[in-house]
Design a protein around this ligand. Sequence first.
Ligand code: NAD
Ligand code: SER
Length: 317
Amino acid sequence: MKKILVTGAVGQIGSELTMELRRIYGNDNVVAGGNRTKPGKKLLESGPFEICDCTKMEQVNEVVKKHEIDTIYHLAAILSAVAEAKPGLAWDVNINRLYNILEAAREYKCAVMVPSSIGAFGPTTPLDDTPQDTIQRPTSMYGVTKVSGELLCDYYYKRFDVDTRGLRYPGIISNETLPGGGTTDYAVEIFYEAIKTRKYTCPLGAGTFLDMMYMPDAIKGAIELMEADPSKLKHRNAFNVTAMSFDPEILAAEVKKHIPDFTMDYDVDPVKQGIADSWPNNMDDSAARAEWGWKPEYTLPVMVKDMIEVLSKKLLD
Ligand code: NAD
Ligand code: SER
């Protein structure tokens, strides 16, 4: 049985990925690693939790040794909007701390999953049907760290034979843990506000198309990639994956089908808008489909229905 460490386990993706990994591989075999943020009861009580601040190399090594970890899902990171406000922190966490994790993986022979992002593309990338292999000249600090991370993971695979793998996630939509300060957060916030107040002010303008994905597909993708036959993986560290593409108008119209008196206006945040405009409208994920069978389940209408049902129970009951 695998022995897994999830860094950034208290975050938006980590809090749900850890629970699914525990369901599959056994509670005791999946260590949730967090730094400062207090973990929720579910995460804390269902399996081991360790303080694993990736800034502290000894702490990472200690946790890997103690639990005989053979697989790391490295989710500790700074997201795009926060990275733009704190570029030094973003470089430190997204690059220097990734280096610590890759070094631990090299020493203790662990496989590593490191998410990349739509943020790894930039304004000179073809923004429609963005190819798997294309121009990557991002203009945000987040994007700079994501491209560097992809390259660093490639290097560790080629030079040290570390089994690194990764997905270029789009905006992830979920209802368990709030997102951590990204450009795509509006696509989560809209549901909370629609249910609580019937209105939402969107920080991205109408016509801003971005790739998105519902959390169950994001989790499925990560686990399937880590279980995939390595001999089939040509693009190990940076698979384009997407499930849907929409702009705020399309999402609001879908929400309105369930909450007819919902209204949305705009107060465009120039920083987030600038980042969003430099990201793909929709990615081509055919390499992931061909190399390891990627196939998302959730379409926009199914995701919206589920989000509203789950969050209505959570927020109104
Ligand atoms: P998040 O911000 O919700 O969670 C990240 C976690 O990392 C937080 O709990 C934070 O406290 C922790 N952390 C920060 N610095 C740390 C350190 N030094 N040591 C240990 N932990 C630290 O992020 P997320 O949305 O769960 O993202 C996980 C990964 O997926 C990131 O690499 C992110 O870039 C990528 N990704 C996310 C999305 C999305 O929409 N959520 C989209 C594309 C890619
Ligand atoms: N959702 C992420 C962000 O907006 C994309 O990587 O930062």
